[in-house]
Write a protein that binds this ligand. Structure first.
Ligand SMILES: Nc1ncnc2c1ncn2[C@@H]1O[C@H](COP(=O)(O)OP(=O)(O)OP(=O)(O)O)[C@@H](O)[C@H]1O
Ligand SMILES: O=C(CO)[C@H](O)[C@H](O)COP(=O)(O)O
Length: 404
């Protein structure tokens, strides 16, 4: 770092070279060595490409879920926690899948489809199949962004089903990679600072699909059923197993408060939080580590049928120790959520009532009155906290390095 601070205005230096290169420093000049021999000096004509870039402060978050499972809604909640609105790149492809705000850039991993709609049809593979995706490019580009370099990322056009010319993605403070496979490739997984899986049970997925694809997109009930069935084997083989790697899973199930309910309107939502993740301390209800069941309905929380049930406790998930917070039911009055919020700890809020304020602000988003909205908001706050801890630690390390 000391070297870079002297030769660059920004604190890090990136070098690309066709051979293994070693960086040396002597009398305020930077030299490159190959197997110990000095071969060139910065400023001299050289085949090495040297560029200064901002120190790698890009935090990378992975958000995995099947299509139509609430990724966009979650992203809107996350961006709002950082205080901004996300928009597609200005002046770019109107069908871009990217969303940029002051703090976050969200890229959709559909952009790494290597086969377009026709290509998949010809080869008889779905978009969930690894053979339809370019994981090498995904890895190289996410790594480059994390290291502070801009990349030309391809665009998969959902309107035409074709691969469009690429768009420039500059390194943001927080990069979110959302889509089908953020935790599939071990190399990409290794780049993630935090990972989330939205686990929507088949019953609920079906209810949401019907609501959206029938009401908004004019699909028939039969075609929705057929598309879910057709995706199932690949979903189970390639998408679902990723939840074993996630730091937080939001699991959405039918309610247990109404026996045999299959409407998918009242939901039982579980926030599964891995223990021992750096910069992430799981949220708890009443008393950390104990097992709690709580019906908050009564004087301070209005509940109509079938009521609300919270539970919390330690558990094991894919051989990992986790804490699980569960909410079954829905709120009648969102402003009364403050009562529930005041019984939760480790929320990483900046002021009393921030969770309630966030949900009230976006009361019109799907799921604001149930555990999906509540837990998405909480995970958003935890990501902000994680980011702030990383930044604070890097700043402290820089101060220490400058002292040395
Ligand atoms: N928490 C929720 N409660 C009820 N319905 C929801 C919830 N989240 C999402 N939905 C339903 O699912 C639909 C898809 O949500 P969203 O667009 O956020 O998902 P997505 O994963 O980004 O979808 P896609 O990948 O297909 O773009 C919404 O239009 C809504 O009908
Ligand atoms: O699973 C998906 C992720 O969103 C899509 O089905 C996939 O990207 C293919 O898109 P399209 O159906 O528009 O060709």
């Amino acid at each position: 770092m000391a070297i870079c601070a002297m030769i660059c205005t920004t604190p890090s230096l990136s070098i690309s070279s066709p051979t293994q290169t070693y960086l040396g420093f002597h009398q305020r000049r930077v030299f490159f060595y190959t197997t110990g021999r000095r071969i060139s000096r910065v400023g001299e004509k050289t085949s090495f490409k040297v560029s200064c870039s901002a120190e790698s402060n890009t935090l990378v978050i992975g958000l995995a879920a099947d299509s139509g499972c609430g990724k966009s809604t979650f992203m809107r909640r996350l961006t709002s926690v950082f205080g901004g609105a996300a928009e597609p790149p200005r002046g770019g492809n109107p069908d871009s899948n990217t969303l940029i705000s002051d703090t976050t850039t969200v890229i959709c991993l559909d952009d790494y489809h290597s086969l377009d709609r026709n290509g998949r049809k010809e080869k008889g593979v779905t978009a969930l199949d690894p053979r339809a995706n370019n994981f090498d490019l995904m890895y190289e580009q996410v790594k480059a962004i994390k290291e502070g370099q801009a990349v030309e990322k391809p665009i998969y056009n959902h309107v035409t089903g074709l691969l469009d010319p690429p768009e420039l993605i500059k390194p943001p403070k927080i990069l979110v990679i959302e889509g089908l496979h953020p935790m599939f490739d071990p190399r990409v997984r290794e780049l993630l600072d935090f990972s989330i899986y939205l686990d929507i049970s088949n019953e609920v997925k079906f209810a949401w699909k019907i609501q959206r694809d029938m009401a908004e997109r004019g699909h028939s009930l039969e075609s929705i059923k057929a598309s879910i069935e057709a995706r199932k084997p690949d979903f189970e083989a390639y998408i679902d197993p990723q939840k074993g790697y996630a730091d937080a899973v939001i699991e959405v199930l039918p309610t247990q408060l109404i026996p045999g309910d299959n409407e998918g309107k009242i939901l039982r939502v579980r926030l599964i939080m891995k223990e021992g993740v750096k910069y992430f301390s799981p949220v708890y209800l009443f008393d950390e580590g104990s097992t709690i069941s709580w019906i908050p309905c009564g004087r301070k929380l209005t509940c109509s049928y079938p009521g609300i049930n919270f539970s919390y406790g330690p558990n094991t998930y894919y051989s990992n120790e986790v804490s699980v917070l569960e909410m079954d039911g829905q709120f009648d009055r969102l402003d009364e959520l403050i009562y529930v919020e005041s019984h939760l700890s480790n929320l990483s809020t900046k002021f009393y009532g921030e969770v309630t304020q966030q949900l009230l602000k976006h009361a019109d988003f799907p799921g604001s009155n149930n555990g999906t909205g509540l837990f998405q908001t909480i995970v958003g706050l935890k990501i902000r906290d994680l980011y702030e801890q990383v930044i604070a630690e890097k700043a402290a390390a820089r101060v220490e390095a400058a002292k040395a």
